[in-house]
Design a protein. Structure first.
Length: 290
C-alpha cells in the first residue's frame, strides 16, 4: 500500500530520510534503518542529495524492499537525461518501488563534485508527466511498454521560498501532470503551514511536512541563513541558546514533539530528517502519531 493509499485509508503517515551509503558498505545504513523501520511508513532515499555523491537510490531501495521496508525513492532531473530517468523509473517499477519523489536537485556548487555538469534535460513538470505516462503503458515518445509500472508520485513544495502566486501556479501544473502528494521543506511556524494548505486546498492532494530536529541554536541560525524558505522563529532558537550539551538532546526532542503536534492538524503526514539523531525517531513518532 503506497503513501497516498494509506492516507486515503485514514492514516497519518510518517516517513524518514536516511542517507544512502557513500561507498559499498551498507551495514551502517541498514543499522540506522533498523532504528526507525517500525515507526515509519516509508524510508526515503535521496538521489545524490545536497549534490553529494552517494550510492544510487534504486539499488538502495531494492535493498530496503528485500528487508520488507517500504522505500520512498527520490529521483532528480539534475544528473540524468530523459532516457536514464525513464530507465530508472522502469527499474523502480520492476523492483516494486511505488513511492517516488521527483525533484530538480540541489545546485552542484553546494556538493562534493563542484566540477560536475548538470543535465536538466527535463524540468520537474516534464518528469512528472513522463512518470505518469509510464504508468499508462507508454514512454515519452508514445512507444508501448511491455508492462506498466505503478507509481505514487510526489513533488516538493517550496513554501516561503517563492512567491505564493508563483508557487501555486507551479504546483497546479505538477498536480495536473500527475503529482499525487506534496512534500514541503521544514516548516517551524504552524501559521505558515496553515496558510499554505489553505492556498492549495483546491488541488485535493495530501501535504506531508518535512521536519528537521534542531540540534542546537547555531544549527537553527545556520538554517535561517543558508536554507531558502526555512524560517526558524527566534523564540525556538532562544529555547536552545546557552544549554549545556548534555541537555540539548532532550530539549530538542521536546521542541520537535510540541511543534509537530501543532502542525499535525494542517497536514496528512510528516517527513523526518533526523540527520544523525535517528534514535529519537521512535519517541517522536509515538508522541505525535500515538
Amino acid at each position: 500500500m503506497n503513501l497516498v493509499e494509506r492516507i486515503k485509508g485514514g492514516r497519518f503517515v510518517v516517513t524518514c530520510e536516511v542517507g544512502s551509503p557513500k561507498g559499498v558498505n551498507s551495514l551502517g545504513f541498514l543499522n540506522t534503518v533498523d532504528l526507525v523501520r517500525n515507526y515509519v511508513d516509508a524510508v526515503m532515499v535521496g538521489d545524490n542529495n545536497r549534490a553529494v555523491m552517494r550510492a544510487a537510490p534504486l539499488a538502495i531501495c531494492q535493498l530496503l524492499k528485500s528487508r520488507n521496508v517500504e522505500p520512498l525513492m527520490e529521483l532528480s532531473t539534475r544528473d540524468r537525461n530523459r532516457l536514464a530517468l525513464q530507465a530508472d523509473l522502469l527499474g523502480a517499477g520492476i523492483a516494486g518501488v511505488e513511492n517516488i519523489l521527483l525533484v530538480e536537485g540541489h545546485d552542484l556548487s553546494v556538493g562534493d563534485h563542484v566540477d560536475a555538469r548538470p543535465v536538466h534535460d527535463l524540468d520537474c513538470a516534464a518528469l512528472v508527466k513522463a512518470a505518469a505516462t509510464l504508468t499508462q503503458g507508454k514512454d515519452m515518445t508514445g512507444h508501448a511498454l511491455d508492462g506498466a509500472p505503478e507509481f505514487c508520485i510526489g513533488v516538493e513544495a517550496m513554501v516561503g521560498q517563492v512567491p505564493a502566486d508563483e508557487q501555486g501556479e507551479r504546483l497546479r501544473e505538477l498536480v495536473g501532470q500527475g503529482a499525487q502528494f506534496l512534500l514541503t521543506q521544514p516548516i517551524y511556524a504552524p501559521e505558515m503551514l496553515e496558510s499554505f494548505v489553505n492556498s492549495v486546498s483546491d488541488l485535493n492532494v495530501p501535504v506531508i511536512v518535512s521536519h528537521m530536529t534542531l540540534r542546537s541554536a547555531s544549527m537553527a541560525n545556520f538554517m535561517n541563513s543558508n536554507l531558502p524558505g526555512v524560517n526558524v522563529p527566534r523564540e525556538l532558537v532562544g529555547e536552545l541558546e546557552g544549554l549545556p550539551r548534555a541537555e540539548l538532546g532532550e530539549k530538542s526532542l521536546q521542541l520537535s514533539i510540541d511543534l509537530l503536534k501543532k502542525l499535525k492538524p494542517f497536514c496528512q503526514g510528516i517527513h523526518l530528517m533526523p540527520s544523525g539523531w535517528e534514535a529519537y525517531v521512535p519517541r517522536i513518532a509515538d508522541a505525535v502519531v500515538g
